[in-house]
Design a protein around this ligand. Structure first.
Ligand SMILES: [Zn+2]
Length: 437
């Protein structure tokens, strides 16, 4: 569907890597000179990417919080005088931590907007289209960049903060809106409301492209959204700490999320050994930002589990490597269900302890107002006696081992995708699930 920046997106790999190193060295030098926090972590005279990864320590969230706490609100982290900032954003500060506060200069914001343009253009958004951003337009950076990107691309943008779902659907219909930005869970909510209004979105609305980002989702969710809207749905992600979009799904290959490599230097490291893992293996994404000057990131341990594949596997012509399936899960993927901590491993342990289950899928759902673990199991013949007996045994054992009674559904044999099971074993599908940082 075309490139927003052909030169950058199709640059030969060796030139791209040389360019990345040049930018990384410059960014690190800027940080070392201007940020007291980075001055203590970045040595002088870095000579190569290998030298950089050997001598710059990993950055954890607690390090940023510590830097902020030294002299609030921004602490020793910024590489500029905060008065040079034109935007303040912050994370929601969940799980007892204060928020991470970030600041962008005018140049940072131009770059951040450009990362959204790259993702939108790749997925077919063009000048003259109309776009709506379903988002609160508050302190959280979220889809702010999408709003600015649509403007820059020559689209007409409809900011819809404060509107309820019914009003948003009316707006979609009235203005024949073609582009939507929202979270997957909110997309599902819009579908539900449209159904209640008697509106068939696929037939009556005009949506072509949906950026459903900011949270992990199942392939099933994607398909449900695509069918209901009759539109293409793509994934993209960014973070407040990083300041822009770092990956977007390619229209050429489902789940191939290209890394915007001219702007970030990403490593994929084993959570156990801290050493780089090869292409195709799961590891934690560790990122360094090459483009931002206000607040900067070097070797940020994101806690996101990814699998990187070489660009050539996609075949769209981009020379940017990609994360297969985007962010698969957090490295410490633990959920609270009615006060009980549940991890994918705990569930797997129970399910695997029963012979006869070929495959399973676990999710946390709100069923009749109550959060519960929902399991779909492939136990051979779904109508057979063995399947029903096995279901009974699984419910009993699960309740005994974990302390919650699960809902167990017998799936059609062979219908559960193996890759998805390995990738995201526990989907949190609750509507009130907290959004991405
Ligand atoms: Zn591609």
């Amino acid at each position: 569907m075309g490139y927003w920046n052909t030169k950058a997106e199709t640059m030969p790999r060796d030139r791209l890597e040389a360019w990345q190193w040049q930018r990384l060295r410059r960014a690190a030098e800027h940080a070392r000179r201007h940020s007291p926090f980075w001055a203590g972590r970045i040595p002088e005279g870095l000579e190569s990417p290998e030298d950089f990864t050997a001598r710059v320590p990993l950055l954890h969230k607690r390090d940023l919080l510590g830097a902020q706490a030294q002299s609030p609100p921004y602490g020793t982290w910024p590489s500029i005088d905060p008065a040079e900032g034109i935007r303040h954003h912050q994370t929601s500060g969940t799980s007892g931590n204060p928020p991470i506060r970030s600041i962008d200069t005018a140049r940072d914001w131009v770059w951040s907007t450009d990362t959204f343009c790259t993702a939108l253009y790749a997925n077919g958004v063009r000048s003259g289209q109309r776009g709506m951003v379903c988002f609160g337009y508050g302190l959280f950076a979220g889809f702010w960049g999408m709003h600015y990107a649509l403007e820059r691309m020559g689209c007409t943008v409809f900011p819809s903060a404060g509107l309820d779902s019914t009003s948003r659907i009316d707006l979609l219909l009235e203005h024949r809106i073609e582009v939507l930005g929202l979270t997957p869970s909110y997309a599902l909510r819009l579908i539900e409301v449209a159904r209640e209004m008697g509106v068939d979105l696929a037939r009556e609305a005009n949506v072509r492209v949906i950026l459903a980002g900011a949270e992990p989702r199942s392939d099933l969710t994607t398909t449900t959204i695509e069918r209901a809207f009759g539109a293409r749905v793509f994934n993209a992600a960014g973070t407040t700490e990083y300041g822009g979009v770092f990956m977007f799904e390619c229209p050429h290959r489902r789940n191939a999320c290209h890394i915007i490599e001219p702007s970030c230097y990403d490593e994929v490291l084993s959570p156990d050994t801290g050493l780089p893992v090869p292409y195709g293996e799961e590891g934690v994404r560790v990122t360094s930002g090459l483009s931002r000057e206000g607040v900067q990131l070097f070797r940020h341990w994101t806690e996101d589990v990814v699998v990187k594949l070489p660009h050539s596997v996609c075949g769209c012509g981009r020379t940017w490597d990609f994360y297969d399936g985007g962010i698969l899960r957090r490295v410490d993927d633990m959920c609270k269900v009615r006060g009980v901590s549940v991890t994918p491993v705990m569930i797997e342990d129970v399910v695997r302890s029963l012979p006869g289950i070929n495959e399973f899928q676990a999710s946390i759902r709100t069923i009749r107002g109550l959060d519960t673990v929902h399991l779909r199991i492939d136990a051979g013949d779904p109508g057979g006696e063995s399947g029903r007996t096995l279901r009974g045994h699984l419910v009993e054992r699960f309740k005994r081992e974990i302390g919650i009674r699960p809902e167990v559904e017998l799936a059609v044999p062979g219908s559960l995708p193996r890759t998805e099971w390995k990738a995201t074993r526990l989907h949190d599908e609750r509507a009130h699930r907290p959004a991405h940082p």
